[in-house]
Design a protein around this ligand. Sequence first.
Ligand SMILES: [Zn+2]
Length: 338
Amino acid sequence: MDDLLTRLRALPKVELHQHVDGSIPTEVTWQLMRHYRLNPVATLEEMRRRLEIQDEEEGTLMAYLDKMHYPLWITQFYENISQVTEAIVAAAAEAGVKTLELRYSPVIHTFAGLTPRQSIRAVLSGMNRGTKKRDMKVGLVVIAMRQHGPHIAKILARQAIAEAQHLHARTGVVGFDIAGPERGNPPRLFRSAYEIARLGRLGTTAHAGEDAPADYVWQAVDELGAQRIGHGCTAVSDEALLRRLAKDRILIECCISSNYHTGAVRKGRPHPIEAFLEAGVPVAICCDNSTVSRTDSARESLRAAELLGVEAVERIHREAGAASFIRPESRLADGGDD
Ligand SMILES: [Zn+2]
């Protein structure tokens, strides 16, 4: 197993679905919390239990989401956001990621007075710093939270375009996404925001079918025109939908550990990635929240290899690059310091 992990660590990998908030290395959050005397517990080990999913918590969405709140205490300031992002990029590089899309909800980082635009630029600055002297392609996907409603989503789509990669020399925004509670917030509500993102030449993806039926995936595809789907677990029960995803080459960003941790896939049940591949649906192997799920791209690839075989995993990473929103002409590791 160690040999296989070493082989998969060395494999150039594509990460298309990773959140900043749930991927900050625990030591970095701990150090910043201590710096501001905000640490809610006395030791790093106790902090780790609050930031990383514990065995007895697996399968419960609320416990999973709770892990994301503590980092927000410190990621309200430009330099902190930049610093944690730089650490995430470094950790991804360590795991062998060569194409990295990070995603981030700007609005939940504005509680101390940053504007959404400053909040976006803080992450981009960290990405620029993190890729200096590294051979990596990086880009940011801006998330609108469903619970903030369609109007804020439209505002964010415009903010995202202002920082789009094709308009700037350095790392920029490459895509647009919706996340947050699915039920009661169907994709079709966000149609105008996706229209704006598309007109602004951003790639489009949507969290759908993680905690809601396949109908939400249909809506993301038909009404939002999403080019990729985050999770999409419930699509597996709908053969017509699988045919549609395969025909239009709509990639599903699969996050195996996360899906078991949130309960999107029940413990003991097969992960739908196998059925997606059998149906000819393109997939990517992604971390979602590497800190919460105690994983990285190499370990997720190992988990996938146990289901699919190592050759299939190598092929998935080879082909997933084509679905990345980062454009080929994007600058590589020579980006400046924002
Ligand atoms: Zn996600």
